[in-house]
Design a protein around this ligand. Structure first.
Ligand code: NAP
Length: 246
């Protein structure tokens, strides 16, 4: 039997893409799940999870970049499921553009959702995890945080910030049996990447030894590993087909 059976898992930005795959992977292990969308969560998605996996599935709607709203997402999960044992900070956006032309608004927007959202959720979930003497926090960073990427100064800064936040949080709460790790995905087939041109995609593919883009399930698999790993903390796991070998 999976040790994740009966655990309560909240994944931000999980009504589609990587987040939804992570939700399904935890549900498949018997965990109860809280699905978060920015402004909605499809009831059909929740019902499908309940019917397929026989677990509790609730929707918690709201913007992680707002501190009070982030607190509300956690409170609603605790009310609906009983606790937050695993938090996956996955909500993320891009507003790409070259640094010289990037507007301060685009810089702030990406930092606010990706980095501040991760802070907002992490700080407010810790109280319960420390009280329960158990917690797993998994932050979704990116391969670009490890090497930079032209046209993504805001996004790369946010994701590199997430890695620093992960290491610091891991040092602060390790004694409380709370682990904090990050996953740095490479190029994963989702809505976020489908907008890229064929030229950009082909250039990227040429840099990937495993010769394919990743699927959302590849990231979900790493999240399940980190949720079960009791002696891994402060780490960033690269899931990128070998694109970057840090
Ligand atoms: P996606 O398909 O664009 O999904 C993004 C999710 O984040 C959606 O559920 C969206 O909700 C939610 N979201 C956006 N802003 C939010 C906010 N302020 N509050 C709450 N939720 C919010 O993206 P994805 O490709 O699955 O990416 C998921 C994560 O992986 C992101 O952090 C991304 O940076 C990271 N990542 C992706 C790749 C890749 O190749 N795809 C590579 C490296 C890292 P709505 O549906 O309501 O808008």
């Amino acid at each position: 039997m999976s040790e994740l059976k009966g655990k309560n898992v909240l994944v931000t930005g999980s009504d589609r893409g990587i987040g939804l795959a992570v939700i399904e992977a935890f549900a498949a292990q018997g965990a109860n799940v809280a699905v978060n969308g920015y402004d909605s969560v499809d009831e059909a998605t929740l019902q499908n999870i309940r019917d397929t996996y026989g677990v509790k599935a609730i929707g918690v709607i709201g913007d992680v970049s707002n501190f009070e709203t982030a607190g509300k997402l956690i409170a609603e999960t605790i009310e609906g499921l009983g606790s937050v044992d695993v938090l996956v900070n996955n909500a993320g956006i891009t507003r790409d553009g070259l640094l010289l032309r990037m507007s301060p608004e685009d810089f702030d927007a990406v930092i606010n959702v990706n980095l501040k959202g991760t802070f907002n959720m992490t700080q407010q979930v810790l109280k319960g995890m420390i009280k329960n003497k158990f917690g797993r926090i998994i932050n979704i960073a990116s391969v670009v945080a490890l090497q930079g990427n032209a046209g993504q100064a805001n996004y790369v800064a946010s994701k590199a910030g997430i890695i620093g936040l992960t290491k610091t949080a891991a040092r602060e709460v390790g004694r409380k049996n709370v682990t904090v790790n990050a996953i740095a995905p490479g190029f994963i087939n989702t809505k976020m990447t489908e907008v890229l041109s064929d030229t950009v995609k082909n250039t990227m593919l040429a840099q990937i030894p495993l010769n394919r883009f990743g699927e959302v399930e590849d990231i979900a698999q790493a999240a399940i590993f980190l949720a079960q790993a009791s002696y891994v903390t402060g780490q960033t796991i690269s899931v990128n087909g070998g694109m970057v070998m840090p």
